[in-house]
Write a protein of this length. Structure first.
Length: 162
């Protein structure tokens, strides 16, 4: 991943992994025993599906979403492989540019990670969200709606929408 704050955010092939199961049967691709094999065969570095994506900087993207009437949530901050210091900078920049909420937890997350994300959210006065990380049926770690409730001290992102 390149610089998510200043632009040219390059999505890695891992960011496109959920697309493989949908593309595989449609394209008539056979001989792949599972999604992981299909991913390696078609989306890994140098393969036919290895297409680099470039995105605007965080500040511009947040501005666009606000102009469209959206409310922005920093999704899955614990999934980025960065130190706590860098994560704090990312979340701080997100807030500074107009981000309003962050995901506190998604599927298969330890209690310690949840506590850390709650502290980040509180330190930046961000509202909170949660998600099951649903990518399709048959994946028990990400069943739709199987997430615990937000901790009581968190303010849900949807508070005040209705």
């Amino acid at each position: 991943m390149a610089d998510p704050v200043n632009g040219n955010l390059k999505l890695s092939v891992a960011d496109r992994k959920p697309v493989v199961p949908a593309i595989n049967p449609m394209a008539g691709l056979k001989g792949q025993k599972d999604d992981r094999t299909a991913f390696k065969s078609y989306l890994s570095e140098g393969r036919i599906g290895d297409v680099k994506d470039y995105w605007p900087g965080m500040e511009m993207a947040i501005e666009w979403i606000h102009k469209a009437g959206g409310d922005l949530v920093r999704e899955r901050p614990e999934k980025y492989r960065m130190s706590r210091t860098k994560l704090a900078v990312l979340i701080g920049d997100f807030k500074r540019f107009g981000g309003r909420a962050m995901e506190i937890f998604s599927a298969q997350q330890t209690e310690e990670v949840t506590k850390t994300l709650v502290r980040f959210s509180e330190s930046q006065s961000l509202r909170s969200s949660c998600g099951s990380d649903f990518h399709g049926p048959g994946r028990p770690w990400s069943e739709n709606g199987k997430v615990p409730e937000l901790p009581p001290r968190c303010s849900p992102v949807c508070e005040g929408w209705f």
